[in-house]
Design a protein around this ligand. Sequence first.
Ligand code: FES
Length: 343
Amino acid sequence: MDRVHSVQVAGSDPRTVEVAGDQRLLDAFLRNGVYLPNSCNQGTCGTCKVKVLRGIVEQPTPSETVLSADEQTSGYVLACQSTPKSDVEIEVPLDAGCGPRHVLRDLTGKVHEIREVADDTVALTVRLDDPLEFSAGQYVEITVPGTGEVRQYSMANPPRSDDHLEFHVRRVGGGLATDGWIFDSLAEGHAVEMRGPWGDFVHDADADGPMILLAGGTGLAPLKSIALHALELDPEREIHLYHGVRYRSDLYDVEFWESLADRHPGVHYTPCLSREEGFGRHGYVGDVLVEDFDSLRGFSAYLCGPPAMVDAGVKACKRRRMPGRSIHREKYTPAPVSESVPA
Ligand code: FES
């Protein structure tokens, strides 16, 4: 077994974490309750980059779109991909700020319900053996049995001290986790293993202005968690949700959002169909948003979905004068095999 190494974070508040030689730096820090910026945990976003000041770490060669050649030469590594081979000292970027402090841990539970909510889409509810603390917007990694692979799914329920997690899962043709497991053989009562919580895409509970939520497909899941959490804090909160899908048959949770809007006058729900007309609005969520607002000054936005949808949504928000610091985003990132995740 690889030996344990000490990894120290340099700075005015130095912290040290013991990391097994085969353990990733990010995993070890989050399990010890020490925050490092993180998002994809797959080496594709660059959020977790840290600088190695002393010692040796190993990582698969990162893409230069994630870590530039200059950064690699200067000693930067991806904490989610790096394992220590000696005692190490690292420096975290100054603008890293702080994020959710929930301790990362292994989780077990059982399938409570699998409910078909739209074409090729299910809401999967897992009852945990022990409750999980997380922030609205975070995700867990679910282990695909017998494969050694994990898939990332965002929680759709708000954080609270119960023991159920809700996930939205869309079938991917040939997908290891979906076609090969969740849509094939997974059933109520089956055991599920997970790790979490992960991610910095979280509800900023200190911002109390109106909110724009832009979702693409099952990118709705973390936005549902964020909306419900915001309404728990302030039932009058102004929230505008735009949910984009291609066809009416892809749309789900319609009654839920309509009912939420009935009970909370500040909630506005706009389904957007890009490939057909006859229900909700016709077009992409970013275009519909631009049609609806002349200015988004004073708003904050949360976007989750496919990269093209998120990029277009960010442009739409900026076109309506929302500052970049008020825009929170999470893109689905390609899974290592043949599937898109999270959610
Ligand atoms: S590259 Fe490490 S969290 Fe995305």
